[in-house]
Design a protein around this ligand. Structure first.
Ligand code: SF4
Length: 379
């Protein structure tokens, strides 16, 4: 059954090479699990940034080179001297009991740069550790592998995974600060979700050796600079819910055939590249994108290359999605601002599940009219 689905996804992508998955891209799946457009773009390995740009909505998504450089410097600091500072944090700040430490640097095992050799070596070491055999405790940049929509995705964690007690923990090192014990919740969530992809991939690696999921903790160890210094501090973040959501979303990609079956025949996001220059008329590409459901949310701007296109589309359709999940929930059963205004003005007849909301909207419109001295129809 896989081949026809793969053929259809290849049509969707066009002849451009399939994009490799990154943990960051996988993590983004967790942020908008209902989005069909994102699922199809990811499953087909389409180049979302190039598509968004050619459609006229270049992406502002991604980290600045300054942020990347700062992240690299902080990561190197946290790991220096064979992870001595990291170890102190894990033992003293988090109270983890670590045995004698063996540090495995897996950055360039094999010397040929092949992810598969690094994956196999990582696997050998981690399976031995999980079985209680002699093995390192700290793993610097292990190579993990995950099946995404029927294809291998190699994930090179920007982290150290270690073993404490009988469990592996995933460590995510980030350069945003924790100030007075508080960090930006959006950044913490984004870092944790990225770590979830590693947790799932590590569980997959161990499962292939018959080792159960409990061997990998659901608690991510987040290491960040403390206050305004470069001194690292660490905290546990419970990632159980995000792991479950991302797992569900990955299985949705495995069942992408259900989504593909609903696509119009011949639909493609092919840019018709001449070398690196797209030849396809942008309006035609936008029309193809418009054929697929997209569930825009304001936080797409932080997670997905297609965000400006989807925001514009949601605005054009007067969708309540642009106002965020809280507003969306308040207006359950009503999809657009046009409909909200129509009900408030009494110009639309509410459906059975909209009558309560229609009364509330009408009441709000009357109050507003009294306060502003206008009539209800002027909203
Ligand atoms: S930006 Fe668009 S394609 Fe990406 S997740 Fe949001 S709605 Fe889906």
């Amino acid at each position: 059954m896989r081949a026809p689905v793969d053929d259809r996804l290849a049509v969707l992508r066009g002849p451009a090479p399939r994009r490799a998955y990154t943990a960051r891209a996988l993590a983004a799946l967790e942020n908008n699990p209902r989005c069909t457009l994102r699922a199809l773009l990811d499953a087909s390995g389409s180049d979302k940034a190039a598509i968004a740009e050619h459609a006229g909505y270049p992406s502002a998504f991604g980290q600045s080179s300054f942020a990347l450089a700062r992240g690299n410097v902080f990561e190197a600091l946290a790991k220096e001297d064979g992870g001595a500072e990291l170890l102190r944090l894990l033992r003293e700040t988090l109270g983890l009991t670590l045995p004698e430490v063996g540090y495995a640097d897996l950055n360039d095992y094999g010397g040929d740069g092949r992810p598969e050799s690094r994956y196999q070596y990582t696997r050998e070491l981690m399976v031995a550790a999980a079985r209680g055999e002699e093995a390192p405790t700290l793993y610097d940049r292990p190579m993990l592998r995950l099946q995404v929509a029927g294809h291998d995705a190699y994930l090179e964690p920007d982290l150290v995974a270690f073993r404490a007690g009988d469990r592996f923990h995933v460590v995510e090192i980030k350069s945003f600060p924790i100030i007075d014990g508080q960090a930006d919740p959006a950044q913490v969530r984004s870092a944790t979700t990225q770590a979830c992809a590693y947790i799932i991939a590590l569980r997959d690696l161990l499962a292939r050796a018959g080792i159960g999921p409990q061997a990998v903790s659901d608690d991510v160890v987040l290491v960040t600079p403390k206050d305004f210094t470069n001194r690292p501090t660490a905290a546990f973040v419970d990632a159980r819910k995000q792991v479950a959501t991302l797992t569900r979303q990955l299985s949705r990609l495995e069942r992408v055939g259900d989504l593909v079956a609903l696509l119009p025949e011949g639909l493609t996001f092919d840019l018709d590249l001449d070398g690196t220059r797209p030849q396809r008329p942008p309006a035609e590409l936008v029309a193809a994108l418009d054929e697929v459901d997209a569930t825009y949310r304001p936080d797409c701007l932080n997670h997905c290359e297609m965000a400006f296109y989807c925001r514009s589309r949601a605005r054009t359709g007067a969708s309540l999605d642009v106002l965020g999940a809280a507003v969306r929930e308040q207006f359950g059963g009503i999809d657009t601002t046009t409909m909200v205004l129509g009900l408030a003005r009494g110009q639309l007849t509410p459906g059975p599940d909209q009558s309560e909301m229609a009364v509330a909207l009408r009441h709000a419109a009357q109050l507003r009219a009294e306060l502003t001295g206008t009539d209800g129809g002027s909203i």
